[in-house]
Every structure is written in C-alpha cells, then in structure tokens.
Design a protein around this ligand. Structure first.
Ligand code: OSB
Ligand code: MG
Length: 370
C-alpha cells in the first residue's frame, strides 16, 4: 500500500472547562488532526500537542514542522504492508513522538477500514467495554472541587483522579476521601515534586489511593525508584515512559508499580502495545491515559484500552467531558457502570464531522508523493 495524500490541520477546539495541572492550564485543544488517503480509503489520526512544551517537549509548531519536513515525505515514499511498519519508517527521527503518533494512528485507521476490521481486533483487544474515570483539574477551593467531583459522580464516573501540586495535595485529597470513602481515587503531580518532598508525599498514604502518578521529574526513573521504596501507595509513571525500553528500565529498577500508557506519548500504537505486553509479563497493571483528545484520538485510546492488561480505569472519559461539540458525529457516551463501549466498526470507528472540522481548522497543509 502506498499513501497517496497526507493532510494536516491545526485545530482550535474550546474545552467545556479550563484544565489546570501543576504546571500549565488550557482553555482549548490546539492539536493537529492528520488525514491519510490511499486506494479510495481515508484514515484519521491526531497529534494531541498544545501551544506549549509543558507536558513534554512538543508543541503544535514543532509537530507541524517535523510532520511536514520529515515524517510525511518518509511515509509517502514507503510501501507499506502493515501499520506496524510505520515505526521503522520513522525510526531515524529522534523523539517527536506525538508527531509520529498522529500519522501512525491514521495509518492504523486506514488499514482497518480497508480490511473491514476494527482497531480492537487488529490490536488484539479482548474487551467490549472499557472502565473509565475522570481527571479533575486543580481548583481554586475545596468546596468548588467537591462540587465538581459530585457532578462527575452523578454522571456515573466511578474513578476520580485529582491533579495535585504543593499546596494543593493533602487537603483536597483528604476532603474527597472523607466525603466518598469508597471511591476509586488517585492523584497526579505532573512532575512537580522532588525527592525532598518524600516525607510530605508519604502523607498521601493515609487516603487509600490506587496510585500516585508521576510525582518527580518528567524524564526521571532513578529517583522514582528511590521514592517508591518510601511509599505504600504504588507509583504510576506517565511522562517518564516514552518507549518500551523506558518501560523495561522502570520495571527492572522497580520505579513504579503501575504504568499509564498514552499511545501518543510513546510514538504510536505499536510501541504502546509492546509496553502493555512487557508490563503484563512483569505483573504490572496498566491503564490508558489521555491528552484531552478529540473524538479521533479518543477512539484510538478506547481500542487500545480493550487489551487484557488494561485492568485499571483509564482517563478516557466521554467526549462531552471535554467538548460541547466534538469533531466526530458518533461521540462516546458514558454507560451507567462507568464504562465506554469499544467500537466494532472498521478502523478506529470514529466518524469525522468534516463540516465542523472545517469550522475549527486554523491551518492546513497537504502533501503528495514527490
Ligand atoms: O498527566 O495525565 C496527564 C491531560 C493533558 C496532559 C497530561 C495529562 C492530562 C490528564 C487528562 O490528566 C487526561 C484526559 O482526560 O484526557
Ligand atoms: Mg499524568
């Protein structure tokens, strides 16, 4: 199969509410939507980058440049038999994993649609429904936080993740735990703490949390291994696990008890599945994280989370938790048991609303074989 056309679009899609973490906040999704065409079929992907290098080093400017200058020409020059080959085609390009993932997702979607097979089936998924939770941003006060959490619980979410930072960690977590003693609860520091906070972080052990996500530096594994030995609550790595090798290092060093897998963070689905398999062999549970994706990236994440070792609820909430109107005509809705249904339609199953996509597009580029 030869890709005949690649289209990139930078979009601007407002969130239903501001999303604030320990290091940044966003009012809108400003990622890149990727379209590939071949043999009369179309595939869609998404690089969930933003306007700043706050989560990882990528932004919509860097991803746009790397996609246009390197990745698109490499893919257009290749002859593909299977989407798994995309990672080898891109291997010469260091880093820039969200840029790579956008195109890789689109090729998986295209291939599934051509073959009449769902992404779940192509990846080896075993679940019809995936368990999901909701990631709750930093709030201005505890009463406001409790009101937000109460709202999500009323919608049916049964697992809550609180974004934390120094000054917004022990007290909000205590307040949520006291109000809902049985709730599946976890926290995410997004790399704001250091080993000097070890004693402070130990106070979170009192709240029966599922895990503490990425407390230390975004590229650290070593210090997380030290911290893990001082905590009862399992550490979950997010930012630090950017490849299957990083997963192996973290597992061997016992830096974490759980891994958050985001296929965009690791450069695509092929590496995401490999991390899933490595964790499974080592006896570590994984769950699917999110980057506040549009319906395109969301469908990719849902398919991935149908694999067997995704045994903890993911940050894969229903589309309406993120956007009033999404760029797909078939958004995911939350089932009363805090699950989303895994699509069985060919490819990712996402049906793009091209009219609305046009309306939220702020830049466009097109590439064809030279
Ligand atoms: O650290 O998991 C994170 C969103 C953007 C960037 C990083 C993170 C997040 C979330 C939200 O926590 C996950 C989601 O609901 O998509
Ligand atoms: Mg995280």
């Amino acid at each position: 199969m030869k890709i005949e056309r690649i289209e990139l679009r930078r979009i601007h899609l407002p969130y239903v509410r501001r999303f604030e973490t320990s290091g940044w906040s966003h009012d809108a999704h400003t990622g890149i939507v990727v379209r590939v065409d071949a043999e009369g079929a179309t595939g869609w992907g998404e690089s969930p980058v933003s306007d700043g290098p706050w989560y990882n080093e990528e932004t919509h400017h860097t991803a746009w440049a790397i996609l246009g200058e390197f990745l698109a020409p490499m893919l257009l020059a290749a002859d593909l038999e299977h989407p798994r080959q995309v990672r080898e085609i891109f291997a010469r390009v260091r880093g820039n994993r969200m840029a790579k993932a956008g195109l890789e997702f689109a090729v998986w979607d295209l291939y599934g649609r051509m073959q009449g097979r769902s992404l779940k089936e192509l990846l080896g998924g075993t679940r019809d429904r995936i368990q999901v939770g909701v990631s709750v941003p930093i709030h201005r006060s505890i009463p406001e936080l409790l009101e937000t959490v109460e709202g999500y619980l009323a919608q049916g979410y049964r697992r809550v993740k609180l974004k934390i930072k120094p000054g917004w960690d022990v007290e909000p977590t205590r307040a949520v735990r006291e109000r809902w003693p049985e709730l599946m609860l976890q926290v995410d520091g997004n790399s704001i703490y250091t080993l000097e906070h070890a004693e402070h972080l130990r106070r979170l052990d009192a709240f029966d949390l599922l895990l503490i996500e990425q407390p230390l530096e975004h590229d650290d594994i070593f210090d997380h291994a030290k911290l893990a030995r001082t905590l009862q609550t399992p550490i979950c790595l997010d930012e630090s696990i950017v490849s299957p090798s990083h997963a192996r290092w973290a597992i061997e060093l016992q830096a974490c008890g759980v891994i958050n897998i985001k296929p965009s963070r690791v450069g695509g689905l092929a590496d995401a599945v490999e991390i899933h398999d490595r964790a499974q062999e080592a006896g570590l549970p994984v769950w699917c994280g999110g980057m506040l994706e549009t319906g395109i990236g969301r469908a990719i994440n849902v398919a991935l989370a149908s694999l067997p070792n995704f045994s903890l609820p993911g940050d894969v909430s229903a589309n309406d938790r993120y956007f009033h109107r999404d760029i797909v005509v078939n958004p995911f809705t939350l089932n009363p048991d805090s699950t989303l249904a895994v699509p069985t339609a060919p490819g990712s199953g996402a049906q793009v609303d091209e009219e609305y996509l046009d309306a939220v597009t702020v830049a466009r580029a097109e590439f064809r074989p030279s």
